[in-house]
Design a protein around this ligand. Structure first.
Ligand code: GLU
Length: 492
């Protein structure tokens, strides 16, 4: 194991957001590449907003994406792991209190007795005078006697910001220098004894020996305060990389309300975790050439932390779909079958009465075509149910023609004569028709597809025809001929 220790520290106050997933993916990749340790920590001190249900949903999201952690809280069958636990902040309160007390003892923090009313009034005054709202330092220099005189009055603990300049060499943002005077003495422990985010995150990162913090650039302004706390507590300061957030197709922050904000939406919509993992990586990293399609293993191999991008990438649905299709093609037929059969069962189709070789072929003929797993349903429903309607637009195009009835009869005849019912013989039958009429194959293929499937798109025609079987094909041709006759278009 190397000394690389990275973490993802979500607050379980909702589902696993695509933006959090992106941060997790980069931390995970970096850990796996460096032979380091990837840690999952739940920042659940906001009791009102956190819940076990959300924690579970988040872990499930990670699980689906294939992001496993080396240290973290228990989840389902996965036991708690790691020597630096507990990995839920709500179980670490005494540790934060101990560290806050240490800062108090060392004079690096102080008790603040200002009441909420006083602080609100002060903030109001600052607003009226158009000053930035900052703590006025009233309790900074209380004497021990003054403090003793407060008795049992509730207090918060504030961190003393010392004068100076703090520099962060961010792996993505470059060197960020901030004058400490931009910050006021901030609260690290609330009157109820709970830590604020700043204290908890730094104590955790310090005690868990985190070496690199890769997180969203919405935390860049927090980083100065964190560095000051790391130093005050005597922990080594980790390296930082603040990564751009995920933007939606309109270049706005990817709203929680948008479809796809929840990582598990992608699962519901028939995307492969491999594809979402791949896509999320492309949102913040480029390999330096024009490759876009990667497996996890390939990414572990070629990921380079120094090539993380600084600008936020816009979400591109077309690209995700394309990538998903590419990942579908990369599966073995058996793997794809394992993923699509449950979807067909859920759709109510009796897949289990079909022979295994038939199911294999059915999957195979769709593999090159579908962009999402869910598309397996419209691509194969006609195998499992009779045709009850024909696509309107296709009917107009293929059948509302004078010669349609004759053409359909001719195709039926060709089917009738195809013996044995094999892919090659079917192809040969269609070739014969085109040779005899001088028309192109499309003139026969499209109306046949409509008759057999009710649609204008689907798997390759000869392949699906072979799989449907002669009897079903003849019956569907008969049904279509009747339908076309009833259209009664310009028949002479
Ligand atoms: N709970 C914080 C978040 O989800 C973690 C911040 C950090 O990574 O330091 O944004």
């Amino acid at each position: 194991m190397s000394n690389v220790r990275v973490r993802i520290a979500p607050s379980p106050s909702g589902f696993l957001h695509i933006g959090t997933a992106k941060m997790a993916v980069f931390n995970w990749l970096f850990a796996r590449q460096q032979g380091g340790t990837f840690i999952l920590r739940l920042e659940d001190t906001d009791i009102e907003r956190s819940s076990d249900e959300f924690a579970h949903a988040m872990c499930e999201g990670f699980h689906w994406l294939g992001i496993d952690w080396d240290e973290g809280p228990p989840f389902g069958d996965v036991p708690a792991k790691g020597e630096y636990g507990p990995y839920r902040q709500s179980e670490r309160i005494p540790l934060y209190q101990q560290e806050a007390a240490r800062l108090l003892d060392e004079g690096k923090a102080y008790k603040c007795f200002c009441t909420k009313e006083e602080l609100d009034a002060e903030r109001e005054r600052a607003r009226a005078e158009k000053r930035p709202p900052r703590y006025n330092g009233k309790c900074r220099d209380l004497t021990p006697e003054e403090i003793a005189a407060k008795g049992d009055a509730p207090y918060s603990i504030r961190f003393k910001i010392e004068e100076g300049v703090t520099e962060i060499d961010d792996l993505v943002q470059g060197t960020v220098r901030t004058n400490n005077s931009e910050f006021d003495d901030f609260i690290i422990q609330k009157p109820n004894g709970y830590p604020t985010f700043h204290l908890a995150v730094v104590v955790d990162d310090g005690m868990m020996k985190i070496s690199h913090i890769l997180r969203g650039d919405d935390h860049l302004t927090n980083a100065t305060r964190h560095v000051l706390l790391f130093k005050a507590l005597g922990y080594p300061v980790p390296a930082f990389a603040h990564l751009p957030m995920v933007l939606d197709e309109n270049r706005k922050k990817y709203s929680k309300r948008l479809r796809g904000a929840n990582v598990l939406d992608w699962r519901t919509d028939g995307y492969l975790p491999e594809a979402i993992f791949n896509y999320v990586v492309l949102l913040g990293w480029t390999p330096g050439d024009d490759r876009e399609l990667f497996t996890k293993e390939e990414l572990i191999e070629c990921f380079d932390i120094n090539r993380l991008g600084q600008s936020a990438a816009r979400f591109d649905m077309k690209k995700v779909q394309w990538l998903n299709g590419q990942h579908i093609r990369r599966l073995s037929v058996e793997e794809l079958q394992d993923r699509v059969l449950p979807i067909l069962r859920d759709a109510g189709f009796d897949v289990d009465s079909k022979p295994p070789e038939w199911l294999w072929k059915m999957t195979h003929i769709c593999q090159e075509k579908i962009k999402t797993l869910n598309e397996i349903v419209p691509y194969t429903d006609f195998f499992f149910q009779e045709i009850t309607e024909y696509e309107e637009k296709a009917v107009r195009k293929q059948w509302e023609k004078e010669d349609a009835p004759a053409r359909m009869r001719r195709i039926r005849q060709a089917f009738e004569e195809t013996e044995p019912w094999t892919l090659d013989n079917l192809k040969a039958s269609f070739e014969r028709m085109t040779e005899e009429t001088g028309e192109n194959q499309g003139a026969f293929i499209h109306p046949t597809r409509l008759a057999l499937t009710g649609k204008s798109v689907g798997p390759g025609l000869f392949e699906l025809t072979e799989l449907l079987g002669k009897e079903a094909c003849l019956a569907r041709m008969d049904q279509a001929i009747e339908y076309v006759n009833q259209l009664g278009v310009h028949q002479t």
